[in-house]
Design a protein. Structure first.
Length: 275
């Protein structure tokens, strides 16, 4: 995936450290239960989709800044944190379906502002494509794209495959199985096909920082140039919104949570002028 080794290491170290919070909720699926956290009682529903291997806690600073004016929903995908799993590797579509179940259960019948980081940004984009009627606004925080692996492999196949091998050596077995399923899908010819995007307001945030000591290809100058180009193509596929470039690393929501909060407020219906 496009999240850095550092982000994955952080996720692995904190997977077992999830603690109980007020407003916890469970979403029952066939064969397992997803654990979610709800904060605030405001009229706008904000749903957060985390990066690969990361749980709900990564959005803590963003949610705290939003305050009680929103109803914030963050959750851990199957097999992460306190969420259960059926033990099967999850496809992109399976994760999109689980996201839909979270929204249907905790924001029934209402449109939501959907916020996604990295792999979670890819899931948010795919959910918005399939269910535009449920989207009030879309915030993509340094999102992965369906076509990015094709672009990276075309640029430096050997480096990408070496990065995959190194990452697989770091991941727990279940997460490694999910990662293998993911790259199989992103390597497919269909992943490179053009996808029509819905007519929803979008705020796209792109990190521009090149690592001094890159751990993966994405952190190199060449990799970052491809990353920015991928985001340019993604943003051009939407009809309205904003695209900001930020001098941060991949985890924008941790390094500059205010930028994410500003993006959420920009697409939230209450902050947009009436037509």
């Amino acid at each position: 995936m496009s999240s850095t080794f550092k982000a994955v290491l952080l996720a692995v170290m904190t997977m077992a450290a999830t603690v109980a919070h007020a407003g916890e909720a469970q979403v029952q699926l066939q064969g397992y239960v997803l654990q979610a956290e709800q904060t605030g009682n405001g009229p706008m529903d904000i749903v957060f989709e985390s990066g690969f291997g990361q749980g709900a806690g990564v959005w803590k600073a963003v949610i705290a800044d939003l305050g009680e004016q929103c109803h914030c929903i963050a959750y851990a995908r199957a097999g992460l944190g306190k969420s259960g799993t059926d033990g099967k590797p999850k496809t992109i579509q399976a994760h999109v379906d689980d996201l839909g179940a979270v929204i249907d259960s905790l924001a029934p019948g209402r449109k939501v502002v959907l916020v996604g980081h990295s792999y979670g940004g890819l899931l948010a984009t795919e959910f918005a494509r399939q269910h535009p009627e449920r989207i009030a606004g879309l915030v993509l925080v340094d999102p992965a794209t369906m076509s990015q692996r094709h672009a990276y492999i075309a640029a430096d196949r050997d480096r990408v495959l070496a990065d995959d091998k190194a990452l697989m050596g770091m991941l727990p077995a279940a997460m490694g199985a999910d990662y293998q399923m993911l790259i199989k899908q992103l390597d497919s010819p269909d992943a490179a096909s053009t996808r029509a995007m819905p007519d929803v307001p979008v705020a796209l945030l792109t990190s521009t920082q090149v690592a001094a000591d890159p751990m993966v290809f994405e952190e190199t100058a060449h990799g970052k140039a491809i990353w920015k180009a991928q985001h340019g193509v993604l943003f051009a596929s939407f009809s309205r919104g904003t695209h900001r470039y930020l001098a941060t690393g991949h985890n924008i929501h941790r390094e500059d949570p205010k930028a994410v909060v500003d993006a959420i407020r920009a697409v939230a219906p209450s902050s947009r002028p009436a037509n």
